[in-house]
Design a protein around this ligand. Sequence first.
Ligand code: MG
Length: 390
Amino acid sequence: MAQDAIENLAPYAASAALSRGRQYTEEEDSRRHLYQRDCDRIIHAAAFRCLEGKAQVMVNHVAGSFRTRLTHSMEVARLSRALARTLRLNEDLAEAIALAHDLGHTPFSHPGEDALDRCMKDYGGFEHNVQSLRVVDKLEHKYAQFRGLNLSFETRDGLLKRCARDIAENLGDVGARVLRGERATLEAQIVNLADHISYTNHDLDDGLRLGFLELAEVQELELFARAWQEASKLAPDLSRHCLLHETNRRMIDRMMNDLIVTTRTRIEKAAPDSLEAVRTQDEDLAGFSAEMRHALAPVTQLLHRRYYDHFELVRTREMAVRVIEGLFGSFMDCPKLLPGDLHERVQIKQEAHGDAGCARVAADYIASLSDRAILAEYRKVFGVPGIPEL
Ligand code: MG
């Protein structure tokens, strides 16, 4: 039986049989179809393993069970599979995009990305979505026949949520889709929203458990308050830990249901009969209702005001800037400070692109490091005793 029939895919889903294929021709695997193989290649990538040591929000020297980029990516993958299954989309493609969506993140989360982008402002900038694509296309290097993981077009396309036109012009087939103003697959659209569901809920949970957010202020959020009230009725003397979890899962459930109902309604109205019909829509078909967007706005505002801008995270931001700017500047002044296995690459890139070539190798290296590894590098290059060990 054909894979699509086994998976009961909708006509607008991305079918492996109709894929635009891989960059380099390879013999396909008899046991796994295209997107299943993409998932396996991503999980076996060095950049995927490094996600364990990269902060989601809080740098991981804090003891406790707080989210990392790895656990976040796994949560997004599970939510994405559930959404894809319910909407009759391709679960494996959604999983592949979700697993790889944060591969391009720097150490120290968004403050690290902002710092590296400032370092790279004269050399084409730095953006984590574009870097995720760069990791799977160029930086992973372990196959004999090609650089990168040689993933399918649809997985690579799904990593590029958005990017500036001048960057898209240099991204070949995937960039061309952006330049034509076409939509991503529905699988990519739902991963983007699963990402939103995941970080909104786990950042509230982590923020409360860290004590950066107060329960009283979070209870003022309608989305949280309704779920908390429902959870409170389950048993008279639930621990705070249980209550928070029961609240969290109800919030995730409500957001998932809203997304499914809203997306289904939009699909019924637009009636796309193929993936190409999804790509040529004026707007994304996947989305939250106006009511949910209204409920989410104050959650996002609170998270920014009280969690992301908490003084402990402002300190992390300061450290990220000093460490990344310091290392980047040193590598530009003296490329030989980079690890020996990068020297040949620096030389090739410098000959082709001058300083911009060296800058890109330095940025790729810095972005690949975990929070712990970049601090170790900083200590080695500068010999500074005051930088904490993780
Ligand atoms: Mg994410």
